[in-house]
Ligand binder design. Structure first.
Ligand code: XMP
Length: 521
């Protein structure tokens, strides 16, 4: 393990920053992801961020995203492009290209020819890196650049003759979306812009990421203030706990893991033992009774989530009174959550009340420290690996804060939780034994309040049903059900109905998201 720096650097944190101005495109996050994959640190900001703030970010390149508007529309997002180009080289994508053209005196044509949507052939008239002269790109535009501004050259056109790429000494612009994987050589084009045109160095690797976070944390948290970190057993909170412990020392990072009675079979013991091995200063709080008492008689999913969330706050509130120097609450917020709240499109509607720790900082009068707020999930896993967190912990499926409480449809009882735990453990054991666990984003069993007739042994049974859920996904925003082989389902079903006395029927959930959600409640 490499040593973490103990003091913040005073001179220059020297990773390159590329700033992405979000004009409302559905692909803005993808741009940031692609750049991070190329080891370039990128940040998304609203299109109307004040210039001074942008100057302070010291971007080495600025990317203007696409957007749903037409540059001529009243209220369409506008920006002084010349000002931006004095700050750094620019890359405009789709709407970004139209805005650039308009600003430099070119013209943009309204939807007269129906635009270009989906895969489209374009032809380059000059060689860019190893990109072939003719290629497919992903287009999604109604308006298009008509007259190209002075000092710009058209370097690629689509088959309709529409400018697909233009360049000047300091600006590149594409009418298509290099960030979308359907675009052939999209990555090469981004590379050419970043590394050849802007001379940016790809320095954003796990070692540098940790260094960067470490600098920020040491600047943010004074020496005489400590942190409390709520662990859930999941990847994000584990990485937060380990990272802060390495930066601030175990004495200053008080970790808490709550057994709310809604965990999986043996989860509390297993996770506590991993945490101890990782050197965390962790206290395990056995609070099953409190949670189950408060959940008694409640069947409504939102109500259950709220009760569980409040009970967490109660537990924390009581615990924190024993800890004098704690002034900070650590949270595993990731970049997609941050972007969501910044987007000009606004945060998406609440379908379920997530993030149980949401109300914690205000109630407990703590300041919030979010070491992962600049990272995507795959970056969190990478730094987890660099921090030597065991692979099994890093590859764990996401598990919701309210735990089995929302995988048990209807009222939550200890007896049903125990039944569900057994069925779920068999399912997960078989996934691992058959090499399927790591191919799946998330899997678990759900206990249904439906009793059906069956024959178990020689006698009639009238018992409960378990539904199996398994999905593949990139970010949990959308998901597809996993296509198991029938033999696998047969084996799991047979083991559950034989080994769990109170279950006589097993079904497999074949609903994607949307229209379903991943969890049943
Ligand atoms: P849904 O069910 O909305 O879930 O498709 C998307 C992802 O979020 C997880 N999830 C939660 N995580 N607290 C959490 O920390 C919650 O209340 C919660 N509800 C759902 C879910 O497991 C999936 O990964």
């Amino acid at each position: 393990m490499f040593p973490l720096q103990r003091k913040p650097r005073t001179t220059g944190w020297i990773t390159s920053v590329v700033t992405i101005l979000d004009f409302g495109s559905q692909y803005t996050q993808l741009i940031a992801r692609r750049l991070r994959e190329l080891k370039v640190y990128s940040e998304i900001v609203r299109f109307d961020i004040p210039l001074q703030k942008l100057v302070e970010m010291k971007p080495e390149a600025i990317i203007l995203s696409g957007g749903p508007n037409s540059v001529y529309e009243v209220g369409a997002p506008q920006r002084n492009i010349r000002e931006l180009s004095e700050l750094a080289p620019l890359l405009g994508l789709c709407y970004g290209m139209q805005l650039i053209s308009q600003s430099y005196g070119g013209t943009v044509k309204k939807k007269t020819e129906g635009g270009e949507y989906g895969l489209t052939q374009i032809i380059w008239d000059q060689a860019i890196s190893n990109v072939p002269f003719e290629q497919s790109v992903w287009m999604s535009h109604g308006d298009s650049v008509d007259e190209v501004p002075k000092n710009f050259r058209v370097v690629a056109r689509s088959q309709k003759g529409i400018p697909a790429a233009i360049q000047s000494d300091r600006i590149w612009a594409f009418q298509f979306h290099p960030e979308v994987t359907h675009t052939e050589h999209g990555e090469d084009l981004l590379r050419a812009f970043l590394f050849d045109f802007c001379k940016i160095k790809p320095t954003w690797d796990p070692r540098n990421i940790i260094d960067h976070i470490s600098t920020n944390i040491l600047t943010q948290i004074p020496d005489n203030e400590d942190v409390i970190c709520a662990l859930s057993g999941g990847v994000d909170s584990t990485v937060v706990g380990v990272l802060l412990t390495k930066i601030l020392g175990a004495k200053r990072v008080n970790c808490v893991f709550v057994d709310n009675g809604l965990l999986r079979k043996n989860e509390f013991e297993d996770v506590m033992s991993s945490y101890t091995t990782l050197g965390l200063n962790v206290v395990g709080l056995r609070e099953e009774k409190r949670f189950l008492n408060q959940l008694k008689g409640v069947s409504d999913p939102e109500q259950k989530r709220k009760i569980i969330g409040h009970a967490f706050i109660e537990v924390f509130d009581e615990h924190i009174h024993h800890l004098d120097h704690v002034k900070w609450l650590a949270q595993g917020t990731l970049y997609p959550d941050v972007i969501e709240s910044l987007s000009p499109r606004g945060p998406s509607v609440t379908i379920k009340t997530h993030h149980n720790v949401g109300g914690l900082p205000e109630k407990l009068k703590l300041k919030l420290v979010e070491p992962l707020r600049e990272l995507f999930k795959d970056e969190v896993r990478q730094i987890g690996k660099a921090l030597e967190i065991p692979v099994e912990m890093l590859m764990r499926h996401p598990f919701p804060g309210p735990g089995l409480g929302i995988r048990l449809v209807g009222e939550v009882t200890k007896q049903d939780l125990d039944i569900l735990r057994e069925a779920d453990a068999i399912y997960v054991e078989e996934l691992k034994a058959n090499g399927l666990y790591n191919q799946i984003w998330q899997a678990g069993a759900v206990l249904l309040p439906v009793r059906t007739v069956g024959v178990q042994g020689d006698s009639r049974s009238y018992e409960k049903t378990v539904a199996l859920r398994a999905v593949v996904s990139k970010d949990a925003m959308t998901a597809d059900w996993f296509p198991f082989r029938p033999e696998f389902l047969k084996k799991v079903s047979s083991r559950i109905t034989n080994e769990v006395r109170k279950i006589n029927r097993v079904v497999y959930d074949i609903t994607s998201k949307p229209p379903g959600t991943i969890e049943w409640e």
